[in-house]
Design a protein around this ligand. Structure first.
Ligand code: IVH
Length: 722
């Protein structure tokens, strides 16, 4: 392996080592050898390297994986496997300080390459956190903190470890002047315009109240699970491959060149650390900045989203451990992804006393939750036909246990994904399952191929009905266009009974398939013609379950119209479009009369969606099917128009003024919007409600003069929302 060439970059109090020549430095043979050594070290388990030579070979292994991760952005190891090796190195170096070399991975900050945005230097390097995985690791951390600080007691803060893209924000004279990505920890990409699109980042904050002239803040950008799901559904409706997971979606979005697109993706930011500040002349250190807890509260007060609600302080490490485990259990119930907890010494003077290594602060540690990544083998690829005829490749892998679930089957979305990831049967693949997000293949590890891997051939004909497959220009998906294709018929029925459509509880995919195979269910109207006596004779169907099913089918007849529209499974018509359509008709069959132009005149309906709707309603068998549903008692008139379409505050305008007693203004606005209300910029005759808090000024005076504006308190508003 070529000798590394290091450049020293000096910062006040820090010595950071950078390597300027890290691009593609390994030959194929070296990669194989290093990979063999990696496996050997991982297999060794607790047997640590016992000679300086063995330790140097472990360092080489780590350097190699850092290079893959930071420089090539193409890791060959799961994060936890890397952490395990890193900890082995640290443990030996701690025991044998004489064996430490200046170029050890423990002695430097990683480097990444990204030339697209302007590169800027962080005021203070953004270091990583040391990791822990169990209670013993945390007890060790506690022992070290007490020992190094020479104290007998310490207060710890515990907060979530957010799993997104890390950012640094600089405010000068109360204004946001710069936002940057972490980059290599020393330098990052300047992404201020994108950061400005994140609504949880205030564009100005009155730091001057605390005597602060300039401040650098650290945080994490996330996309919540709901927005992530919605965004992926939109992509799927457009026939595009979904984004892999919320973390990649957030980190990737930060680098998008179109700020409007960044805004559309609804990113959120949590801030969790103040890394640097300068005081105004003559001002003294404000009290809140003397503790971590105080700093987060100060940020919260100034309008930032800091984890004050999640933060707990403890004196005993056992309590810290309990809280971490409690949070891990509730992890899936959170609206956003977290991959662990962070434990920090609360007192800032103690943090300073403990200091940093070149890699991480000694006053903080991450407690990592159970891994949700694993490596496995790609055994075969099957092709599934969806309700719109789309043919989806599904990877069958050697079963692996990830985050409490065994994964053996993973969607590959379309042919392009197979090509982009260059997947082959027999490949070793890295698999990830992020929270309640579906598992996906991160990548194949091409360097581990032995030549026995085989190509994946995408079929030319439908794997179910053998009709020829078609692909439209600009689409990634191959389709079977035979609408009688049995696979499509079954999938359409599964969709119709599903939770977001007619929500027929107790029906479900398995029953649709079973009744179809028995020849008792042929199409959607058939759901309302089932012979329950016959079903009663089936094994596993007791009287109670048949009664429940019958009732659920009966109830579904009065579901709101938009659910039926969505349930019909018209291509590109998701829940949002279904609601728009329902809002504009009083009977389902009115949609027959809408021209392409008329549909395009509706909110958020473009030519592609409009074309698909026209196509669906000009097909006589679809119209016959709808008529039959009506004859069978399914209500096709719009009775739920007002409530279902836009929420309780639909069509009402709101403005908030003054300090509200419990809500932040942004929260109140979000609540109003969530219920269909609209926020307006000023007081005018167009305003319906002015919600006033303490010290409401000129807006209140102006509103009093317009008698159509209703002036209400936060309590009145909360009643309306609830
Ligand atoms: S504190 C100097 N707190 O985790 C210490 N980091 O794996 C600054 N992270 O680079 C970091 N949540 O990007 C801190 N509550 C939290 C965090 C957090 C997520 C990220 C951060 C860091 C990475 C380390």
């Amino acid at each position: 392996m070529p000798a590394l060439c290091f450049k020293e970059v000096l910062f006040p109090g820090f010595k950071v080592l950078l390597d300027p020549q890290m691009a593609s430095m390994y030959t194929k043979e070296e990669i194989r050898a290093l990979q063999d050594q990696t496996r050997a070290f991982l297999k060794e388990g607790t047997n640590l390297p016992a000679t300086p030579e063995a330790l140097e070979s472990l360092r080489n292994v780590l350097r190699f994986h850092e290079h893959r991760y930071y420089v090539q952005n193409d890791p060959l190891l799961a994060d936890t496997e890397y952490d395990h090796l890193y900890k082995m190195l640290e443990a030996v170096e701690k025991d044998q300080p004489d064996w430490v070399t200046p170029d050890s991975p423990t002695q430097r900050v990683g480097k990444s390459l990204n030339g697209n945005f302007k590169t800027v230097q962080h005021l203070v390097p953004m270091l990583s956190l040391d990791n822990s995985y169990n209670s013993d690791d945390l007890k060790d951390f506690d022992r070290k903190v007490l020992q190094l600080s020479k104290k007998n007691a310490v207060t710890y803060c515990v907060e979530p470890k957010f799993d997104g893209g890390s950012i640094s924000l600089i405010y000068e004279n109360d204004l946001l002047v710069r936002g940057a990505t972490r980059g290599n920890g020393v330098e990052g990409d300047e992404i201020t315009t994108n950061i400005r699109q994140i609504r949880t980042v205030p564009l100005s904050a009155t730091f001057s109240r605390y005597g602060i002239q300039q401040i650098e803040i650290r945080g994490e950008v996330l996309i919540n699970k709901n927005n992530f799901k919605k965004y992926n559904e939109e992509l799927a409706e457009k026939g595009q491959a979904p984004l892999a997971n919320p973390r990649n979606a957030a980190a990737g979005t930060l680098r998008i060149k179109d700020p409007a697109e960044v805004r559309r993706r609804n990113l959120e930011a949590f801030v969790y650390h103040i890394s640097d500040y300068t005081l105004l002349p003559g001002r003294e250190l404000p009290e809140p900045l003397q503790t971590h807890e105080g700093s987060l509260k100060l940020l919260w007060e100034l309008g930032f989203r800091s984890p004050v609600k999640e933060l707990r302080t403890f004196e005993r490490i056992e309590d810290v451990i309990d809280y971490c485990l409690e949070f891990e259990e509730g992890r899936d119930g959170l609206p956003y992804e977290i991959d662990g907890m962070v434990i920090k010494v609360n007192a800032i003077d103690m943090q300073e006393q403990l200091g940093m290594t070149s890699h991480h602060p000694r006053w903080a540690i991450a407690f990592k939750f159970k891994a949700r990544q694993a490596t496995s083998k790609l055994l075969e690829v099957k092709f599934q036909v969806g309700r719109t005829g789309s043919v989806t490749p599904v990877a069958k892998i050697e079963p692996v246990f990830i985050g409490g679930v065994t994964v053996s089957s993973i969607s590959l979305f379309n042919e392009e994904v197979i090509r982009e990831k260059n997947l082959k049967i027999g490949d070793t693949v890295l698999v990830e399952r992020a929270g309640d997000v579906i598992p996906y293949i991160v990548k194949s590890m091409e360097d581990l191929r032995d030549g026995n891997e085989t190509e994946i051939h995408f079929p030319k004909v439908c794997p179910v009905c053998s009709s020829e497959l078609f692909k439209e220009a600009e689409e990634a998906v191959w389709r079977c266009i035979n609408i009688e294709c049995p696979a499509q018929v079954v999938e359409r029925m599964i969709h119709f009974v599903s939770k977001d459509a007619l929500d027929i509880r107790g029906f479900g995919e398995a029953n649709v398939r079973k009744f179809y195979e028995l020849g008792w269910l042929k199409d959607i109207p058939g759901i309302y013609k089932l012979d329950f006596e016959k079903l009663g004779a089936l094994e596993g169907f007791g009287k109670k379950s048949i009664d429940n099913l019958q009732q659920a089918i009966e109830r579904s007849k009065t579901q709101p119209l938009h659910r039926i529209i969505f349930g019909l499974g018209i291509r590109f018509v998701g829940e949002t479009t279904a609601k728009v359509l329902a809002a504009n008709i009083s009977h389902l069959l009115e949609l027959q009369t809408f021209s392409q132009e008329a549909l395009q005149g509706l909110e958020d309906i473009g030519p592609k969606v409009a074309g698909s709707i026209v196509h669906f309603f000009s097909n006589t068998s679809n119209i016959e099917m709808i008529r039959e549903l009506e004859t069978l008692g399914v209500q096709l008139t719009n009775t739920h128009k007002q409530l279902d379409i836009a929420g309780a505050l639909a069509g009402q305008t709101f403005l908030f003024t003054g300090t509200l007693p419990t809500l932040k203004r942004s929260e109140a606005e979000a609540m109003a919007e969530a219920q269909g209300g609209k926020i307006v910029g000023g007081v005018s005759a167009k305003l319906n409600y002015l919600v006033v808090g303490e010290d409401a000024g000129s807006k209140l005076e102006k509103a009093k003069k317009i008698n159509t504006v209703k002036i209400i308190t936060e309590a009145d508003f909360l009643k309306m929302v609830q």
